[in-house]
Design a protein around this ligand. Structure first.
Ligand SMILES: [Cu+2]
Length: 211
């Protein structure tokens, strides 16, 4: 072995030895990586739109950027990351319309995407407690939603669900009957709101990206 090769091996060994000192937070087994969702109209809910969302996971902190079009304009659109261990980890299908009303409400979609785990509010709390904090969601001016928020705290389970590809993004609020109003019978989530205010409009599974 020549001298320079021995030196390189020595440097590599030194780097490996130094690595544990550099890895303070996050720990070596923390979740990290990007996941991308292609947002598409929820089956049978009458939306002509789309979009995409990027979630960057850094341990138990996520950064989210999202863009969508074709939403009912100038109306608050609740948006969440959904995940349930028992869910199918996908967007709902027409066959999930268990009450055969002709539209899918949020509850009917739950077997597909599970409960809310992150509320993608623009300000303040981002926990499931803010699921219906409609004054803190984007209002889709002209039908376009733009969203960017960093440093959202999540549990280790939620971080892992995202990097494993089990989480789903859902944007709510759809003018299902195209009467240019958000109306309808009482919402399954909040009786004071019409069903069109909370029914899922766009949906996409978060797919892990190769680093
Ligand atoms: Cu939701």
């Amino acid at each position: 072995m020549n001298k320079s090769r021995r030196l390189m091996i020595g440097l590599a060994a030194a780097a490996v030895a130094a690595a544990p000192l550099a890895l303070t937070v996050p720990s070596a087994d923390a979740d990290a990586g990007d996941a991308l969702a292609n947002l598409r109209p929820v089956a049978i809910n009458g939306v002509d739109g789309g979009g995409s969302a990027l979630v960057q996971v850094h341990g138990t902190r996520i950064d989210v950027t999202m863009g969508a079009w074709g939403l009912f304009p100038d109306f608050p659109h609740a948006a969440h990351i959904h995940f349930g261990a028992q869910a199918r980890h996908e967007c709902p299908m027409a066959s999930d319309d268990t009450d055969q009303s002709g539209t899918l409400n949020t509850t009917e979609g739950a077997p597909a995407y599970g409960p809310v785990v992150v509320s993608l509010t623009k300000t303040g709390d981002t926990s499931p407690a803010s699921t219906l904090a409609i004054d803190r969601y984007d209002t889709a001016p002209g039908g376009d939603l733009t969203y960017a928020r960093g440093h959202i705290k999540v549990s280790q389970d939620v971080a892992k669900a995202i990097t494993d590809g089990y989480a789903v993004i859902v944007i709510h609020g759809a003018d299902e009957n195209h009467d240019n109003a958000i109306d309808g019978p009482a919402s399954d989530l909040a009786p004071s709101l019409p069903s069109e205010a909370t029914d899922p409009a766009l949906c996409g599974s978060l797919v892990p990206q190769q680093p």
